[in-house]
Design a protein around this ligand. Structure first.
Ligand code: ADP
Ligand code: 3PG
Ligand code: MG
Length: 417
């Protein structure tokens, strides 16, 4: 089935100025360096395609969640990494709108890349502000807008939504590939289908879990999200960060699950049965696993426990499809990476199970873990929330607003029937 939006293959963009929205929201190390460049590497086919056609590229992205201008979240190091990976000069402009951008793009030759500063240095970006979008369009002077930041198309922001009011907008190759792969896999997934949700974006992901109740045959919850679920169930999780405002959503999740499965839900929504705890987060921490009744008031729960890992791996043996989004612990530190590493091992050694892995930090983790450059899994997505929302069956605002592909007209001729 062909993609339902126009892509860069469908429009005459040779030698044009093209504004490309990428998602270079890469994980950063404590010293500010780039932890993983998977999202940058994944954007290269689109950039090469456009450069080969003599286009003048203007790249825009966000990085992190800055409040105002925060130079720790400047995209300049990302521009340097892109130049290195692409073996092509990348001109960086330290603004996103205005005359400096306009002049820089005007001076740039064909087959060049000009990268602009972090969109989120302007509050107008997340506000989906039309005036701001118009200013980006004007400064770039672009003839086409290309959406290739799959990871951010679940957001209706100025650079993913309002911008499409001002420039003809089509999809890039990464967006097309991610969208088609994920929707294709979800059409009639091999069952049982297990959704494993972890990570730290609690308020983003808990509402999505609600929609997986219907789709998945089992939901396994780990990471910081599990701490909020456990607190909801009355378990003491010490000083772990929990988001009590999500309890009402968890109420709805259990109500929907009860409707689907009835009675005992512990086998359907699988929560940790033990936890790995520490008094603080430190690279030198040793792994300490405790039962759910033994978490101290000053403990942080930083990974699922060993019994939980064994239970999860056993449950996965029969899975036809596994969707994994969010690390199961603070996986940047080895003592808290056991849950995520054992899950990666289980999936990598079960080739009969379709494995779709998403989330910036999760992709980063499995790519570092996998000696096989990610090929041990069926699909590693550059999207976190975007992939989850797509799998849940939601429409993604950053995709919906692109130009529609022309429907294939079927000619029927009764004479030839
Ligand atoms: P993704 O980027 O894969 O979508 P998130 O951004 O939601 O995932 O979460 C990943 C982050 O969650 C990682 O930085 C990890 O350290 C953190 N994390 C996972 N488990 C815990 C936990 N138990 N406590 C605190 N942070 C956690
Ligand atoms: C992501 O990392 O999931 C995307 O880049 C979106 O980032 P956001 O959650 O800060 O909007
Ligand atoms: Mg993340």
């Amino acid at each position: 089935m062909s993609f339902f939006k126009l892509t860069i293959r469908d429009v005459p963009l040779d030698h044009q100025t093209v504004l490309v929205r990428v998602d270079y929201n890469v994980p950063l190390m404590p010293d500010g360096s780039i932890g993983d460049d998977f999202r940058i590497r994944s954007s290269l086919p689109t950039l090469k395609y456009l450069l080969d056609r003599g286009c003048k590229l203007v790249l825009i992205s966000h990085l992190g969640r800055p409040e105002g201008k925060d130079m720790k979240l400047s995209l300049e190091p990302v521009a340097q990494r892109l130049a290195h990976l692409l073996k092509h000069d990348v001109r960086f402009v330290n603004d996103t709108i205005g005359d400096r951008v306009y002049q820089a793009v005007k001076r740039a030759p064909g087959s060049s890349i000009t990268m602009l500063e972090n969109l989120r240095f302007y509050a107008e970006e997340e506000a989906d502000d039309q005036e701001f979008a118009k200013k980006i369009a004007k400064a770039s002077g672009a003839r086409y807008f290309v959406q290739d930041g799959f990871g951010v198309v679940h957001r209706a922001h100025a650079s993913t939504h309002a911008i499409t009011f001002f420039i003809p907008s089509v999809a890039g190759l990464l967006l097309e590939r991610e969208y088609s792969t994920i929707t294709g896999a979800m059409e009639s997934p091999k069952r049982p289908m297990v959704a494993i949700i972890g990570g730290a974006k609690v308020s983003d992901k808990i509402p999505i879990i609600e929609r997986f109740v219907d789709k998945a045959d089992k939901i396994v919850i780990g990471g910081a999200i599990a701490n909020t679920f456990l607190a909801y169930k009355g378990v003491n999780v010490g000083v772990s960060g929990i988001e009590t405002d999500q309890f009402k959503v968890i109420d709805k999740i259990y109500a929907a699950a009860r409707q689907k499965k009835g009675g005992d839900l512990d086998d359907f929504i699988v929560l940790p049965i033990d936890l790995t705890v520490a008094k603080q987060v430190s690279p030198d921490d040793k792994r300490k696993v405790v039962g759910l009744d033994a978490v101290q008031a000053n403990d942080l729960a930083l990974d699922i426990g060993d019994q939980t890992i064994d239970k999860m791996v056993a449950e996965l043996k029969s899975a036809g499809t596994v969707i994994w989004n969010g690390t199961l612990g603070w996986a940047e530190i080895p003592a808290f990476a056991h849950g995520s590493a054992r899950l990666a091992l289980a999936l990598a050694t079960q080739p009969g199970t379709m494995s779709i892995i998403g989330g910036g930090d999760t992709a980063d983790f499995v790519l570092k873990w996998d000696k096989n450059d990610g090929k041990s899994f069926s699909h590693i997505s550059t999207g976190g929330g975007a992939g989850l929302e797509l799998m849940a069956g939601d429409k993604l605002p950053g995709v919906e607003c692109l130009l529609d592909a022309k429907p294939q007209i079927e000619y029927t001729n009764s004479k030839h029937k």
